[in-house]
Structures are given as structure tokens and as C-alpha cells.
Design a protein. Structure first.
Lengths: 265, 143
């Protein structure tokens, strides 16, 4: 009995101290959020600077504005602060788009050319936005690159070769299946809220996965997002009973003009 | 938390040294085993197995050293996996997490200091009985 009471006393003491300390706002005291935001900001800038140095960013307003309109609509309809997202359109033939730390979103011109309509492009934007909003970027980096490497990169002491590898992780490799599915379904929800049918996104993935067999090197976005058929089905299942009030964001001329201009460039 | 109490007999020099080593074993393992909490327990358990046929004084202190590792193992394991989930899964640093890690650190420090003190005193042949663990050892360790 005495032993039992002593054991209870130890457990209660532990829980009491823990709960007591939990009432103090350590997150503010230690500035935890600020420190992690600082690291993410430095990593985002570092990644974008390196990408910018090896690729041409398209700054032409006539090309960037339509893309910006699509992103703005999705953000507005889903209560996401548009201002925090740094959208970059890059002149590159690869069919690719990806998110970088600190809310950088990169879309390659090759991807826009491959999309048949704005809804398909919105699907990919919504998917990448979901990765950003769910905090998948840093999770993936910590998992695949390692916290110590990320800290050394953020403090400018990283090995250039490792930094190169770390960039490859975000631009051309998949998130794990669970994160991809979460981004697909969250993206589908964003689309429905924005008046865009997620079926178009599913159709794009399906079409790309069929084409991928003949053109594996160009279709980065699909080859880095495996299991497209299953994911297509998951998106269709998620949205099948949802009513989507379809609303166009760009008029058909704007969309055609965007694709034509990208082709000329 | 710890009491020097008379033992059933006066332990010899060799016994005091072995009994003291059982505590040192867990200390060395703490340093080598961080951040894997199971290492301390394994090291202490191996030492315990090696001395389970030793004299009563040696067995008693090996048992007390081993038992004291169990509660630390439990709280440290939770802390370890909580940290892993934050680093590699979708866990978030929170006030509860920071408070938990501080509490764990506090309990580990108390245990660390008590272990050093007990190792020194036991080496002198003194019988140090820990609160709770000492009573539990009395129940488990037969003469």
C-alpha cells in the first residue's frame, strides 16, 4: 500500500509539474515561431536565389497577371492571405511547378503550355498551395535533407554540393504518399470553394501519366508525383457528391493569348 | 529523497566497489546513450545480470540502480518520440511540449545528482536507500 501511494505521488508530481509549466507561454518567451519563420525565410530566399541564377524569371505583366488572377481567386475564396505567397513564373520547357520554403511558388512556362484550360492549371496551383498551407515543405526538407544541413544552409555555412542536392529534393522528387494525398484533397477543396471543377485537375493528372511513358524527362510534375491513377480516383471520389458552381476566372481569349505568348517566348 | 540507513551486515571493500559501479554504469550510459533512453536501461540491466549471483549488498544496489532507470525510461521515451514526431512528422512545437521536456530534464537532473551521490556513498560502504525505489528493492531483492 505504501509503495502504491509513493508511486501515485511520483506520477502526480510529474503530471503536476508538467501541467503547471504548460501554463507558461514558452512559445513567446523563447520566440519559437519567430526563430522558425526566420529559418524558413532564409531558406526560401536561398533556394529562390539559386533557381533564379540558373533560370530566367518571366516578369512580363501580360504573362504573369493571368497566373496571378488564378492564384488570387483561389486564395480569396479559401481565406488564404495572397500577399504572403511569392509567385514566380519561370521560362522553362519542363512541365513542372513546386513550392519552396517561405511561401515561394514556382510555375514553369512548360506547365502552362501543357494545360488545356485554366481549370487544369488552377488544379496544380491549388495542389502546391495546399503543400504550402499544410507546412509540407519544411517537413519534407527536414526528413530528406536533415535539420543540421538546413540550419547550416540558413546560416550560410552549408556545403554547395549539399545545397544542390537539397534543391533537387524540392524541385524533382515526390512528397510521401500521405502528404501528396493530403495536398490533392485539400487542393480539391480549394478548387470547389473557388468555383473550379476538380475533375479538370484529375483529368490533367491522368493525361500526363499516360503521356509520361513516352516522355519521361520532360514531365517532371507527374514523374515526381507517382501513383497518378490512384490519386486521380481519390480526387474524383472526393468531389463526386459536391456541387461546383463553375465560374471562369480568365476569359477564353486571355487563356489562349497566355499560351500563345508563352509559345512565342 | 535518499537516506543512509544501516545494512544487515558491514559490506566488504570489494562489495562496496561493485555496488557503486552499478550506479556509475547508469551514469556512463546516460552520457553514451543520449538521446536514446533505452541505452541506460540496457547497460544497467547487463550489469545487473552480471551481478545477480553476487552478495546481498551488491545485488540490492544493482536492483535499486536498475529500478530507478525504468521510470526515466518511460518519461524519456515519450520525450524522444514526441521530438521525433515534431522533426519528421507533422508534430508542432507547443507550450505543452516545451513544458514536458523541461519536466523531463528536471527529473533526469534529480536522478543524475542522486545517482552520483549514491555511487560515492556506496563506494564508502554506506547503504543509501532511495525514496520509493529503496522500498521496492526491499520487496524484490531477497537475502
Amino acid at each position: 500500500m505504501k509503495l502504491f501511494l509513493q508511486l501515485i505521488f511520483i506520477i502526480v508530481s510529474f503530471l503536476g509539474i508538467w501541467l503547471g509549466l504548460s501554463r507558461i507561454d514558452w512559445m513567446t518567451t523563447f520566440q519559437v515561431e519567430k526563430a522558425s519563420n526566420d529559418i524558413e525565410e532564409k531558406l526560401g530566399d536561398l533556394y529562390w536565389d539559386i533557381l533564379k541564377n540558373v533560370n530566367d524569371e518571366i516578369k512580363d505583366k501580360e504573362l504573369v497577371s493571368p497566373l496571378d488572377s488564378l492564384l488570387t481567386r483561389i486564395c480569396q475564396r479559401n481565406d488564404i492571405d495572397r500577399e504572403k505567397i511569392k509567385l514566380h513564373l519561370v521560362d522553362k520547357d519542363e512541365v513542372n511547378a513546386f513550392a519552396l520554403p517561405d511561401y515561394h511558388m514556382v510555375v514553369y512556362s512548360g506547365l502552362i503550355q501543357e494545360c488545356e484550360n485554366e481549370a487544369e492549371l488552377c488544379g496544380i496551383i491549388a495542389h502546391e498551395l495546399a503543400h504550402l498551407e499544410k507546412g509540407h515543405i519544411m517537413q519534407k526538407l527536414v526528413k530528406e535533407v536533415g535539420l543540421s544541413v538546413l540550419l547550416s544552409m540558413a546560416t550560410n555555412t552549408g556545403n554547395p554540393e549539399i545545397i544542390k542536392q537539397a534543391i533537387k529534393v524540392l524541385t524533382s522528387s515526390a512528397y510521401d504518399r500521405k502528404l501528396e494525398l493530403e495536398a490533392d484533397l485539400t487542393g480539391a477543396e480549394y478548387l470547389i470553394n473557388s468555383g473550379i471543377d476538380p475533375e479538370a485537375f484529375a483529368a490533367f493528372m491522368f493525361r500526363m501519366s499516360a503521356q509520361e511513358k513516352g516522355l519521361p524527362d520532360q514531365l517532371f510534375w507527374v514523374s515526381s508525383h507517382p501513383g497518378s491513377e490512384e490519386r486521380t480516383q481519390a480526387i474524383l471520389d472526393y468531389s463526386k457528391d459536391r456541387e461546383v458552381k463553375k465560374e471562369m476566372i480568365l476569359d477564353s481569349l486571355q487563356w489562349v493569348s497566355l499560351q500563345e505568348k508563352l509559345l512565342k517566348d | 529523497m535518499t537516506d543512509a540507513t544501516p545494512f544487515a551486515y558491514k559490506p566488504g571493500e570489494h562489495e562496496a566497489e561493485k555496488a557503486s559501479n552499478s550506479y556509475l554504469m547508469s551514469l556512463i550510459a546516460v552520457i553514451a546513450g543520449l538521446p536514446l533512453p533505452i541505452i541506460n536501461l540496457i547497460a544497467t540491466f547487463i550489469f545487473f545480470m552480471g551481478n545477480r549471483k553476487g552478495t546481498y549488498f551488491v545485488r540490492w544496489h544493482c536492483t535499486q540502480a536498475l529500478l530507478s532507470q525504468f521510470s526515466l525510461l518511460a518519461i524519456n521515451t515519450v520525450g524522444f518520440w514526441w521530438t521525433v514526431s515534431i522533426l519528421f512528422r507533422d508534430g508542432q512545437v507547443s507550450n505543452q511540449y516545451i513544458a514536458y521536456m523541461m519536466t523531463v530534464l528536471g527529473f533526469n537532473l534529480v536522478e543524475f545528482v542522486a545517482t552520483i551521490y549514491t555511487a560515492i556513498q556506496t563506494r564508502k560502504g554506506k547503504h543509501i536507500v532511495w525514496w520509493f525505489y529503496g522500498d521496492l528493492t526491499d520487496v524484490l531483492c531477497r537475502k
